[in-house]
Design a protein around this ligand. Sequence first.
Ligand SMILES: Cc1cc2nc3c(=O)[nH]c(=O)nc-3n(C[C@H](O)[C@H](O)[C@H](O)COP(=O)(O)OP(=O)(O)OC[C@H]3O[C@@H](n4cnc5c(N)ncnc54)[C@H](O)[C@@H]3O)c2cc1C
Length: 444
Amino acid sequence: MKTVVAGGGWAGLAAAATLSQQDISVDLFESSKQLGGRARSIIDDEWYIDNGQHMMLGAYRNTLKLFNMLGVDERKIARRKLLEFEMHSADNSKVMLRVPNVAAPVHLLWGLMRTKGLDLHERGTALRLGARLIRDKFSITDDLPLEKWLLQNGQTRRLIQYLWQPLCLAMLNTPIKEASTKVFIHILRKNFARERDDSDLLFILPPLSACLPTFAKQYIEQHDGSIHLNQRITGLAVENNQLQGIYMDETYLSCDQLILATPAWITQKLLAEHEATQQISHDLEQFNHHPICTIYIQYPDTASLGTEFIGLVDSMAHWVFDRCMNGQPGLMAVVICGPGEHMNMENESLATVVIDELARLYPKWPEPIKWRVLREKRATLSCDTTVQEKRPETRTPIKGLWLAGDYLNTGYPSILEGAVKSGIMSARSLLAERATSSSARAVR
Ligand SMILES: Cc1cc2nc3c(=O)[nH]c(=O)nc-3n(C[C@H](O)[C@H](O)[C@H](O)COP(=O)(O)OP(=O)(O)OC[C@H]3O[C@@H](n4cnc5c(N)ncnc54)[C@H](O)[C@@H]3O)c2cc1C
């Protein structure tokens, strides 16, 4: 039995590592020259940066378990901190939420109650919604756009601007006017209503390429697996609804098990060729994706936020991360989530706007030395109210063909945890079917 994984992002790596753990030797084919997919590093003569600032939460249980399985201590890859964030407006007023180290969900209510920069009425309004969510076990019957739901539930414009919108953009990368309330609430529950440490912030310490890609590669190779870079899957060979092999340009490789961990838009094209998977392909075609734009700005190393990150309101930039925590003093990663006018601006104009915004907040910082704009147009799936029921499961109607990727129906938005969970789920489905077929053969 030949088992192949296509795609070396976090989903494909999680799938291949899970199979390796069960002593299945896997061949992983990745079309680019490096592993990591959207969560990779970019290294050249001038820059050593990530393809966008990434962070994790304590609630990334599948991801943390995977690192544990690979023999990697959490402290080697991340710095953990109690949830806190501060939102700065252009006039330098601040709203700051910090949760205390007490059991969930009391920590959330306590944090909301003591949020600095909100008046008594605002805190009471946010707190009442938090308490209602807890009472209703974080469930609602009908889905609707988050902003509409928040307004229906008495949240003020200012609360939306300083609290709910930043949380929505950070968790779903989807504008609050279109984001699915159901998904938002589901993620709130996962992050705030189970264990206190689920809401912890985990700042990733190594460059992304030296994180999961490095450890997973080692593990897969130690278990007789092979990683093949610069190898693009161009087609699937299917006969009588059973996978027979894969095409890579002119090359054909026979295999009877394939985990297709390519991004949704590539998977859509590969599945469109086969009648049995045309419905999934059609559903994937309906998906909208949203961009994330990261502007790296290198200042002299005296420039510092004095904290790991801050959020901005009334600005083009949404978040600023101080890469000092990654041993890169003076380097700021400025993140703009989702769509917006910035996507139509020239890099130079965009960098100028963002540098001016930072100069207004930090007038004592020296002039920047250099900047670089990275735009990932299809960074994440849009978490709107229309796509949720269209997200596919890992199993396909073609025997031997499984799907993995952050677009699957994992219960998460497009995040690292969703990608990892999808990879583990697809590997487990493959293993379960293999076990069933072996016992059926044994009985015969
Ligand atoms: C800028 C940015 C910031 C983000 N920030 C965060 C964050 O802070 N926290 C968080 O949790 N998530 C974040 N995300 C989301 C996270 O990066 C993704 O959810 C995750 O990396 C998706 O992993 P994946 O394996 O599903 O897909 P991908 O990473 O897209 O992996 C798919 C792989 O398949 C390969 N491939 C494509 N076509 C083929 C083919 N034909 N044959 C073989 N291989 C192929 C690709 O090269 C790629 O390596 C961010 C994403 C971006 C872009």
